[in-house]
Design a protein around this ligand. Sequence first.
Ligand code: AMP
Length: 202
Amino acid sequence: MRAILPSGHSMTFLSLISNKKLLKAVADSGYHNPTPIQQQAIPAILAGSDVMAGAQTGTGKTAAFALPLLSKLDDNNYQIKKIRVLVLTPTRELALQVYKSFEDYGNYTHIKMAIAYGGVSIKPQVKQINSGAEVLIATPGRLLDHIENGSVSLQDLQCLVFDEADRMLDMGFQAEINNILKHAPKKRQTLLFSATFDDAIV
Ligand code: AMP
């Protein structure tokens, strides 16, 4: 049952997340209360549901998916490190922001993140991915380069996140995304964040 709080009472992160390492990182970030999207998305993501959320930048959407996904990875503590979470972003700037957020929230865990975007040498990215990354934040084109090279396998992927999905389509990444989906397991969790929802996104 979901508790409905009387107005004036604010929810805390403690009621959403039990992982102490993540709660400590949230406190370090200076967050006191979860934002509305965090209150709604965190329990759903922890429960394994697919989520489509209308969320603009500034709503706290990154923590809304990063915290529950890191919580699951930390609880599982997989001995064999594979890419289990993939976040697709339309731009390198957003990829860097999301990567920084995962690094901050995962600060007290041993989970490793990797980032991949185009316009720079691919080699350091391959090295970072191969050093035990479980979370990959990537732009679509460069991710496909990695898949074609064999430097990324999505075989063990558990969760695929589309961040700013509407911008990804606006920027013409439809074909790349379809191609990436062919390499991802059918049985997985999918999360989609978008400022707008039209037929193409759905
Ligand atoms: P985002 O929508 O993910 O781009 O986040 C927008 C900004 O809100 C970022 O600077 C976050 O650090 C911040 N933020 C995220 N969650 C919270 C929260 N619960 N309380 C205060 N600030 C937050």
